[in-house]
Design a protein around this ligand. Structure first.
Ligand SMILES: *[C@@H]1O[C@H](CO)[C@@H](O)[C@H](O)[C@H]1NC(C)=O
Ligand SMILES: *[C@@H]1O[C@H](CO)[C@@H](O)[C@H](O)[C@H]1NC(C)=O
Ligand SMILES: [Ca+2]
Ligand SMILES: [Ca+2]
Length: 358
């Protein structure tokens, strides 16, 4: 148990701290981001908690394909066909070079189908109901979670991470109780499932006759056909003052100004999809991929790369609602991070891919 916990701490601290020395070093053009206030104020929701987030991209006002997730009978995510082809993977202007974002390299991926959104709590619940599956976290004593825990949970915590006090080991946190035993997902059925390990994610996708995407497929999908851009929609983080992803605004970790409408996860598809019709590719929850982690990549042309044949960590992509430029500038298509396959965290989920439409 202790061994696993240390791994979790390490991975999370790595996420938080490896940006030191490289933050703000972005070189690709991104003209709008300097304007911190930038007209986003109008998107801030009234402090009251239950209010719908303001802004034209809230799920309620956006309409469109978000009906899909409102359908109680729809067990599986809709998928879109990704035509595949050649693309440039990675970047020669890494935001975080130590993560192995570079070099930029030519890669071909065959056509595949991809879930349009992260697997939701409701979908994961269907899987568990159908199979009796027990997640890895449910078999463990502790899980980690962000601060703002209830006093009851806090009183049970006897260990914190000095260097990253916003992560705490919590007894009894799992996908059904993401912040510990006195939390639940009742009002989060359409949010991404979190606190699922890589093994849990693979189990779900297998049950759905799907699989996890490779890192190359995930990044191809993220880019939405755009070449050499930071985000799924282009280079500006907040085009026209609008939020395109659920990230962290304010000061991390003390103050989440919630300009995008969400302190933690958001319902899937609350923000605009990319040109392929994929939602929340960056932000909301991190997403597991099938690849083992390595920071060394060949620049030789690769055909359907699947990553190293073995390793200790799996690649995750896209960043999460906890990512802020100051410490986790990883909400970019080329960005990447890693966790051991048995790790679970409150900001880590997944979506599935497949060869056939499911
Ligand atoms: C989280 O905790 C901070 C510091 O204790 C507090 O100021 C803030 O209001 C809390 N946020 C929520 C959403 O409870
Ligand atoms: C779930 O959590 C909400 C909010 O904390 C609480 O009001 C509700 O009673 C909980 N539901 C269950 C079934 O525990
Ligand atoms: Ca947010
Ligand atoms: Ca995501």
């Amino acid at each position: 148990m202790r061994f696993l916990r240390l791994f979790l701490f390490f991975a999370l601290m790595n996420e938080v701290f490896s940006l030191k020395g490289s933050c703000g070093m972005e070189q690709e053009p991104e003209p709008a981001e300097g304007a911190a206030g930038c007209g986003c104020g109008k998107l801030k929701r009234a402090s009251g908690g239950s209010a719908e987030p303001a802004g034209k991209y809230s799920s309620s006002s956006n309409g469109g394909p978000s009906e899909a997730r409102g359908d109680e009978n729809q067990v599986q995510s809709q998928m879109v066909w990704i035509s595949g082809g050649e693309f440039l993977m990675g970047t020669d202007n890494p935001g975080i070079a130590a993560d192995g974002e570079g070099p930029q390299r030519p890669v071909h991926v065959d056509p595949f189908y991809m879930d349009i959104h992260e697997v939701t709590n409701q979908q994961f619940q269907s899987f568990v109901s159908a199979t009796g599956y027990i997640t890895e976290a449910e078999n463990l004593e502790t899980r980690l979670y962000l601060r703002n825990l209830s006093e009851q949970v806090k009183s049970q915590i006897n260990q914190a991470v000095a260097a990253a006090p916003w992560w705490l080991p919590v007894k009894g946190a799992n996908w059904k109780n993401p912040e510990g035993p006195d939390s639940n997902i009742t009002d989060r059925l359409h949010h991404p499932v979190v606190q699922v390990s890589w093994t849990d994610a693979l189990a779900y996708c297998s049950w759905a006759n799907k699989r996890l995407p490779t890192e190359a497929e995930w990044e191809f999908a993220c880019r939405g056909g755009l070449k050499d851009r930071l985000y799924p929609w282009g280079n500006k983080l907040n085009p026209k003052g609008q939020h395109y992803a659920n990230l962290w605004q304010g000061e991390f970790p003390s103050h989440n100004s919630e300009e995008d409408g969400y302190t933690k996860t958001s319902p899937v598809m609350s923000f605009p999809g990319n040109a392929f019709g994929l939602y929340d590719m960056v932000g909301n929850a991190w997403e597991w991929t099938s690849d083992w982690w390595s920071v060394h990549h060949t620049t030789d042309h690769q055909h359907n790369p699947t990553g190293p044949s073995s390793g200790t960590d799996k690649v995750k992509k896209g960043g999460s609602y906890m990512c802020h430029k100051s410490y986790c500038y990883r909400y970019r298509c080329a960005a990447r991070s890693q966790n051991t396959p048995d790790s679970a965290a409150s900001n880590l989920g997944f979506r599935c891919a497949s060869e056939q439409e499911r």
